[in-house]
Design a binder for this molecule. Sequence first.
Ligand SMILES: [Zn+2]
Length: 172
Amino acid sequence: MGKTTAKSVLVGGRKVAIRPEFMQMAIDTALKGIKKGRGPFGACITDLDGKLVSCAANSVILTPSPTRHAEVCAIDAACKKLKTHMLGRHIIYTTTEPCLMCRGAIYWAQIPVIVYGTNQNDARALGFDELNISDAQFLRIGKRKTAIIRGFMRKEAKGIFWKFRKISGKMY
Ligand SMILES: [Zn+2]
């Protein structure tokens, strides 16, 4: 795993900035999404230089499809845009700790950096059913040295859940 500080991470010996504006974008995408009936989760993908590639909100109910988590949607959009299935020089910013399925998608896309806001316990506390594995389990069972930045802008990301509850009045 890359050595992490609050705002940067080492990827293959290179110092890469973790930028709050991209987590804010993921949060804004989720907030916009819930007004349109989407789930309260958002994700953005940038390259290691900080260029935005894609943003997506959860669209499980809207599609409808159980695989349309924000992370999978953002990965699909990035791959389509870049015409590749490999995002080995990219960062995924996601408002909530990725579930088992999304960690799988992130792994197969070879994304070397995961940045997340709220954790699985935050989501579970609000009534979401989280199928998850821990960061440690993910790093242990996989072969890649993924850098994981936890709790990045957690408080701001958590605000999505409260807004969702207010707007929809229901949980999944
Ligand atoms: Zn997921």
